[in-house]
Design a protein around this ligand. Structure first.
Ligand code: TXA
Ligand code: MG
Length: 293
């Protein structure tokens, strides 16, 4: 199907992606169509191997060091592009977002295909990212021809995206690779400067049910759900526990599945308990704030 220019949903270590030939504008167009994604929102390009890096982008020495350190893995680098990447993939920007997935199934597919795959998360635009094949089915059934089931995603939230500047790193989206890990290579900052991640839209990752964040959640009315970090769930009509052992990585892996179950439970309100913002906790809280926006 990939060779025929069609999109296929594939597991990665972060979330499921909807993949297609990144060097074919027609194949990449299918991704936008299936997701109802605006053409202004560029795709991440996933490489079969690191030697593709300089065929797709113009990597600085700092970018090469980061790639060699963190790939394959959940880090996406935004770099100046080469002309080999179609405009539809970069949404006409002069940069391209690139990563290499560590998932063995993804790796086998992309290496057998032998060319880079463009792959955004396999959800309809603005919805919760899928962390299992069943989630992809509920998002895209009838719109795509194949979902490859590789089991649940280990990280459960999307890759960290950084814009690599000359001597600094700009975090465009926090994720499994933490600020502390990146600081070992260059100063890290957040916020606007030339490049914007359209996924930085305030209301991304949205459940349909109203969601609020509280430090000490108390039920409001009979149909209140709790997304719990440490609370018992007493008095709530449904509770999802992110990690019973207070492990932030486990909480990240469970986040989207738990949000999805609460969203499907016909509640009036979901209260998410605030988590500590250390390490990957910062990325989890960023997703919760977007879900609440
Ligand atoms: O973990 C992940 O990154 C997953 C898996 C499937 O690899 N992919 C993913 O893709 O989350 P997506 O498209 O859902 O989110 C990628 C984000 C989007 O917000 C997009 O706007 C931004 O990356 N992006 C892509 N190219 C960019 C560029 N050249 N400059 C700035 N932001 C870019
Ligand atoms: Mg996405």
């Amino acid at each position: 199907m990939l060779r025929g220019g069609l999109p296929v949903a594939l597991p990665t270590e972060t979330v499921y992606g909807l993949a297609a030939d990144a060097l074919s504008p027609e194949a990449s167009a299918h991704i936008f169509e299936a997701k109802e994604r605006p053409l202004s929102d560029p795709l991440i390009v996933h490489l079969p191997s690191i030697d593709w890096l300089s065929r797709i982008a113009v990597p600085s020495p700092l970018a090469i060091t980061l790639a060699e350190t963190f790939w394959p893995g959940p880090l996406t680098l935004v770099l100046p592009r080469q002309a080999s990447i179609p405009d539809i993939v970069t949404a006409g920007q002069d940069t391209v977002a690139i990563r290499m997935s560590a998932h063995p199934v993804f790796q086998e597919v992309v290496q057998t295909f032998g060319k880079p795959l463009a792959a955004p998360s396999a959800n309809r635009f603005g919805r919760i990212s899928p962390t299992s094949a069943a989630h992809v089915m509920s998002e895209l059934e009838g719109r795509i021809g194949l979902i490859l089931d590789g089991g649940p995603c280990i990280h459960g939230i999307e890759s960290t995206i950084i814009h690599v500047l000359e001597d600094r790193l700009q975090v465009l989206r926090p994720g499994p690779i933490t600020e502390a890990e990146l600081r070992a290579f260059a100063p890290v900052f957040y916020g606007p400067a030339g490049v914007t991640a359209p996924g930085g839209l305030k209301s991304h990752y949205a459940p349909r049910t109203k969601l609020v964040i509280e430090q000490k959640p108390r039920p409001r009315g009979p149909r209140t759900g709790l997304l719990s970090w440490s609370q018992s769930g007493e008095g709530f009509s449904q509770t999802e526990f992110l990690s019973r052992s207070n492990d932030l990585r486990e909480a990240a892996a469970n986040l989207y599945g738990s949000m999805r179950r609460l969203d499907e439970a016909g509640l009036d309100l979901i209260i998410a308990e605030g988590l500590p913002e250390s390490g990957i906790g910062a990325a989890i809280m960023e997703r919760l704030r977007k879900a609440a926006a």
